[in-house]
Structure formats: structure tokens, C-alpha cells
Ligand binder design. Structure first.
Ligand code: 6R9
Length: 655
């Protein structure tokens, strides 16, 4: 289907697009009445979806939705296994030989790998048995620290098969970040690789893993041989085992563990407003229901589609849309190992053309980067197989939206702007391809069966058009929503269930009703101390914590500053201890410290030395620092303890 128009412009309204007749004809969902219908009885709606979309060992739920604020459960008493739903049920059908996963390596001289559903099934079964052989049992935690290679999803599904809880850690995170997560989760096993390619260069991952497991409860490290001879890997005889050896003498079949719907499927660490990342808990039945349906609704995947979601599995987007959602649906996904600009800035467009990708899901930061590279890289390629474009991670500006829509989508494809969070498990606010509308910078309506509102500071609902407020999610909460924070119930209550009480989920995002008639919501961004750096979630406090570890630093304040491509970057203001002087070397040293302690995404774009503006009670005035890096007027500083600090810093920032 070449050059089909999947959208059309609203004849009257500027910037508003709707699905074309062609799109409505093939879309799984094209009847707008689904929204009203679902809200008549959301519990029943989700129970029906759970039963229709998934295979349950027992779907005789004792309770559909059980609510003890701030906790809730879905499909209580249901029995299910996520790996069974992603694999076993497909191999009983013609999908047995369908491509589940197309893996594209970074090096163009290497071959891509295609795993059919049966291949994936076999690999997962074997690896599940290998884990069992190493003593992994239901409820044990398994750390996964892998690059974008097929083994990452095999490992996740193998854990799910035996009821082990996986905790995937982004492979670009430092050994310290990995260590902290392994300790908090008390992981028994770590799965990693000898290394991976980045921009054509072999990089070791095993070294980081070795550093990280010291002093943790990790008993064994399973190592995928990705680089082999290309890198020198030391193996600890008693502790480490190559993946290929682990699966050598195991049975081909592993009985899937019968899991309770509310049993934990995975934990995923994410940044909050404190220095320590928190382990967001997702359970099985509810998460999988939302993963399945949002994949089907949002990306409208049919058997002919090839879905390219560019997110790393280290993030929630990779969990839900590079693994559980598409596999539960029996879809074909494509994952790419490497950098988007290797060997040239047209790598993604080359992949789309070569494999005939039909649905692309990426982040505004990537779009801005490609805009910078120049249109000629796109124009070299035939992207006419594309039908749907998706975006996630941060608000998208009008220019980037139109570039994506026109240059990548040829003005033919809807842009599905999906708002969601690590905590929500799956997308929650976005327009559906067969229903619309598609408006630049506007996410859309809450997905069927969910309720949202916009509140003011006091908790009064704001219903006026284009008035900013706080986005809240109302009961019954979407089935894929988090069930808690690992070993930290206090954090759970405080972060999500305290601003408006324990019956209203506070998203920590700002939003507005963009158009009352169309009932679409625009998301304006975080209202707490969380930054989105190149779409990656990062807390300012986390970076401050690392800076103050340095012997020269007395105090540090970090704020997000606007950045052309990354959207936002950390900028630090540092007060030095007596005896230390600001210097370029010290600046570099501090930037490097953050890079090694957290990871490259966290490194400050700049560091300014001086006094921090404070209130008379000694609180740092971050609002002023934020204004400074945004190039906005700082406002009244006369009530400050040290107004002169602002003038000093301003000079430096303006440089
Ligand atoms: C999936 C993911 C969550 C935060 C969220 C919000 C921002 C995500 C967005 C968006 C505007 C969108 N966000 N999608 N803002 N429009 N379409 O990104 O999860 O890493 O946990 O971040 O990202 O601020 O609160 P996570």
C-alpha cells in the first residue's frame, strides 16, 4: 500500500487532522462511541478487555477492581502467565512461523537476525530452564543489564515464564547506578553481555557489571557473547557463566509458572524528586491487559505491520512496546542495536526503507536531532511504507511535530502523541489512529475506560479551556498502573497520593484542556524536580547528590536548562568549600564525576561557581536559578538573604 493518505486536514480548523476513510476502514478502533461506552462501566469494560485480549489459566475473577486507598488490585484471583501470552498461544496458530523480532545490528557488515515466534519460544524456554538450574525461583529478582540485542527480550520473557521478577537497567548506566539498583532489589542473578558496539567501536559492558556486583547479593552473572574475540573478557570461574553454556544442557520446554494476576512481573527503577531512584512495581494481569490493548489501539498493529519502537528496553517504553505489548498481540517488531547516526545520519530511514517499517514510535529529542542533520538525509529514502507515527517522552513543539508529520510521514500519517509514565505501565492519553484528532503538541483524550481531570492547587477541577493545572488520574485506575514502590511504601504514598489525598493519583505533570469541544488534553510538562533529558527521566537531586560527594563542593543546586536537541539538560550551580578555587579543570572533573556515577545522560551541560540565592530561612531559590538558565527575568530579589549572589551568577550565565 504505497502513498495512501491515512489522514486528512480539518476543512475549518487550523492544525487539526482526522483519520481518512482508508484509515478508518482498517483501524481496529474507529468508532468514537467507545469512549462513552467504556466510561459507563469501566470495571466491566476492562474485565471484558482482559478476557478478550489475553489467555488466562483461570479468568474467574473473585473481584474485578479492589480498592484500599492508595492501593488497588485488578482481576483478583485470575491466573495467568505473561510469557505464555506472548509465545505459547501464538505457536499453536499460523503465527508459529511469523517473524516476532527483526534485530538490526549496528555494524552494517553484520547480518540482521530474524526470530520467528517459534524461535523466540524455544530460546525463552531454554533460558528459563537455565535460570532454574541456577536456582532462580518464583519471586526472585533478576537484574538485566544488556544492550539492544535479542537476548534482552529473551531474558525478560524467561523471567516472566518462571515467575522471577526482572529489573532491567539501561546499559548506558554506570556501574554505580547498576549497583544501587541490584542492592535495592536484592537481585540474585545478573544477566549482561561482554560488550556492544557503539558508533562502530567495541565497548565492554562486563567490566561495569563486575564492578557493580561487588558487595551485592548477586550469586551468578550470565554473560551474552556479543563481541567475542573483539574484546578481552575476564570470567570469574565460580560466579560467571556464558549464556551459550547456560543453555547447553537444558530441556527445550519449561512449564510456565501459574501466576496470580497480582503477582509482580517486574520492577523498573526511575527517577523521582529524591537522590535515590525508586523501583516502580508492575504486576502481571493488569499490566499485560493495558500493554496489549494500547499496542493494538495506539499503533493499530495488524499482522502485516512492522513496528519500530526506538526506545531502549532499559526504559518503560521498551518494556511495554518492544516486548510485552507487541508479543502479546503476536505482532512483528524491529529492534536496532546502535546509534541513530551510525554510519550516517540516515540510518533509521535506511532501516525503514529496507525492512518496510509501517509504524514508527520515537521521541521528540530524536526528531529534533534529525532536523539538525538536515532534510537531505531523509529525502534519499522511500518511506512510503509508513502508516502511523508515534511520539513519547516529553511535550513536542509545533515545528518538530510538523517536520515529523511532513518529512517522515509525507503528510500522510497520523502522529500519535502518547502521554504516559513509568508508573502508568502503558500509554494513557493520546488520540487513536482511527478516531483522531491529531493536533500538534496536543496528546488527546484519555484512552477508553480511564478518567483524568485537571486540578488547581486546592484540588478544584479546572474546566476552562487553556487554563493550566495539574493532571490527575481518577479511579478506577488503569489496570497497568503501578502497584507500589519496591520496599518503600512511604515514597509511594508521598509521591502520588498526598497532594490530593489517597484517592487521587497525582501525575506530577502540568496540563490544560486544549479544546473543550474536542475534549483533548495538552501536557505542559513536569511540575516537580524531575528533568527529561533527551527523553530520559532524571532527578535534579540525584545529580546534586553526586556533586556534593566531591571534596571541593560545599553545596550544589541543579536545574533543567532548555536545550535545542535534548529538550532539557542539567546545569549545576556549585558553592566551593574554603580553600578551593573555581577552575576549568575542576569543572571538567565534576562533570566527569556525574558521568561516571550516574551515566552520560546526567552530565551537566555547564557548571557555575558562586553563592546560591537563598531565602532568609536558608532555602535555595531554585526558581531564580531556573529563570537564569531560561534567560528570563529573575523578578524581585530584594527579599533574598543574598541578592548580590544573583547579579554575580547572572554575569556568569550570560557569559
Ligand atoms: C513513557 C515515559 C514520564 C514523564 C511524564 C511527562 C513526560 C511522557 C509525554 C510527556 C508530554 C508526552 N512525557 N510522554 N510529556 N507529552 N507525550 O516517558 O515515561 O520516563 O517515566 O517519563 O515524561 O512529564 O511525567 P517516563
Amino acid at each position: 500500500m504505497k502513498n495512501v493518505k491515512w489522514v486528512e486536514k480539518d476543512p475549518k480548523r487550523e492544525d487539526v487532522f482526522w483519520p481518512s476513510e482508508e484509515m478508518k476502514k482498517i483501524a481496529w478502533e474507529s468508532d468514537p462511541s467507545i469512549y462513552e461506552e467504556a466510561l459507563k462501566d469501566p470495571e466491566k469494560f476492562w474485565v471484558d478487555r482482559a478476557k478478550e485480549g489475553l489467555d488466562w489459566f483461570d479468568d474467574n475473577f473473585k473481584k474485578n477492581f479492589e480498592w484500599n486507598p492508595p492501593y488497588y488490585k485488578w482481576f483478583v484471583g485470575g491466573k495467568i502467565n505473561a510469557s505464555y501470552n506472548c509465545l505459547d498461544r501464538h505457536i499453536k496458530t499460523w503465527r508459529k512461523n511469523k517473524a516476532a523480532l527483526i534485530w538490526v545490528p549496528e555494524l552494517t557488515e553484520e547480518h540482521s537476525r530474524v526470530l520467528t515466534y517459534y524461535d523466540l519460544y524455544r530460546e525463552v524456554n531454554k533460558f528459563a530452564n537455565a535460570l532454574k538450574k541456577l536456582g532462580v525461583k518464583k519471586g526472585d529478582r533478576v537484574g538485566i543489564y544488556l544492550p539492544m540485542i535479542p537476548e534482552v527480550v529473551i531474558a525478560m520473557l524467561a523471567c516472566a515464564r518462571i515467575g522471577a521478577i526482572h529489573s532491567v537497567v539501561f546499559s548506558a548506566f554506570s556501574s554505580d547506578s547498576l549497583k544501587a539498583r541490584l542492592i535495592d532489589a536484592e537481585a540474585k542473578i545478573l544477566i549482561t553481555a561482554d560488550g556492544y558496539y557503539r558508533r562502530g567501536k567495541p565497548l565492554s559492558l562486563k567490566k561495569n557489571a563486575d564492578e557493580a556486583v561487588k558487595g551485592t547479593k548477586v550469586e551468578h552473572v550470565i554473560v551474552v557473547k556479543r563481541l567475542g574475540e573483539k574484546i578481552n573478557t575476564e570470567m570469574n570461574k565460580d560466579r560467571d557463566i556464558w549464556w551459550e553454556d547456560a543453555v547447553k544442557d537444558v530441556e527445550n520446554y519449561c512449564e510456565p509458572e501459574v501466576m496470580d494476576s497480582e503477582d509482580i512481573l517486574f520492577i523498573l527503577y526511575t527517577s523521582g524528586t529524591t537522590g535515590k531512584p525508586k523501583g516502580v512495581i508492575h504486576e502481571t494481569g493488569g499490566y499485560l491487559t493495558q500493554a496489549y490493548w494500547t499496542t493494538k489501539w495506539d499503533f493499530d498493529l495488524h499482522d502485516e505491520d512492522i513496528f519500530f519502537c526506538t526506545a531502549d528496553v532499559g526504559w518503560v517504553t521498551g518494556h511495554t512496546y518492544n516486548c510485552y505489548g507487541p508479543f502479546a498481540l503476536g505482532a512483528t517488531i524491529l529492534i536496532y542495536e546502535g546509534a541513530p547516526d551510525y554510519p550516517n545520519p540516515d540510518r533509521w530511514w535506511d532501516i525503514i526503507e529496507k525492512y518496510g517499517v509501517t509504524v514508527l514510535y520515537t521521541a521528540p529529542t530524536a526528531i529534533r536531532m534529525f532536523i539538525k542533520f538536515g532534510d537531505e538525509w531523509v529525502e534519499k529514502h522511500d518511506l512510503s511504507t509508513l502508516r502511523i507515527l508515534g511520539t513519547v517522552g516529553e511535550p513536542i513543539d509545533r515545528d518538530s511535530w510538523y517536520w515529523y508529520f511532513n518529512k517522515i510521514g509525507g503528510g500522510r500519517c497520523p502522529v500519535i502523541d502518547t502521554w504516559w509514565q513509568t508508573e502508568t505501565g502503558g500509554t494513557l492519553i493520546n488520540s487513536l489512529p482511527g478516531i483522531g484528532p491529531f493536533i500538534p503538541g496536543v496528546a488527546g483524550k484519555p484512552i477508553p475506560g480511564t478518567k483524568f481531570a485537571i486540578y488547581d492547587e486546592e484540588g478544584k477541577e479546572i474546566t476552562e479551556e487553556r487554563y493550566s493545572g495539574y493532571l490527575v488520574h481518577l479511579a478506577p485506575f488503569a489496570p497497568g498502573m503501578l502497584r507500589g514502590v519496591w520496599k518503600n511504601p512511604e515514597k509511594y504514598k508521598e509521591t502520588y497520593w498526598s497532594k490530593y489525598g489517597d484517592r487521587i493519583y497525582f501525575t506530577n505533570d502540568g496540563s490544560m484542556m486544549y479544546d473543550k469541544e474536542l475534549k483533548v488534553i495538552k501536557i505542559t510538562g513536569r511540575v516537580d524536580d524531575v528533568m527529561k533529558v533527551a527523553g530520559h527521566r532524571l532527578s535534579t537531586t540525584e545529580v546534586e547528590g553526586v556533586l556534593t560527594e566531591h571534596e571541593a563542593v560545599a553545596e550544589a543546586a541543579v536545574v533543567g536548562a532548555p536545550h535545542e536537541i535534548k529538550g532539557e539538560v542539567p546545569v549545576a550551580f556549585v558553592v566551593l568549600k574554603g580553600g578551593y578555587k573555581p577552575s576549568e579543570e575542576l569543572k571538567k572533573e565534576l562533570i566527569n564525576l556525574v558521568r561516571t556515577k550516574i551515566g552520560p545522560t546526567a552530565k551537566p551541560e555547564n557548571i557555575f561557581f558562586g553563592e546560591l540565592p537563598k531565602t532568609r530561612s536558608g532555602k535555595i531559590m531554585r526558581r531564580i536559578l531556573r529563570s537564569l538558565v531560561h534567560g528570563e527575568p529573575v523578578g524581585d530579589t530584594t527579599t533574598l538573604l543574598n541578592p548580590e549572589s544573583v547579579t554575580e551568577l547572572e554575569k556568569q550565565v550570560k557569559g
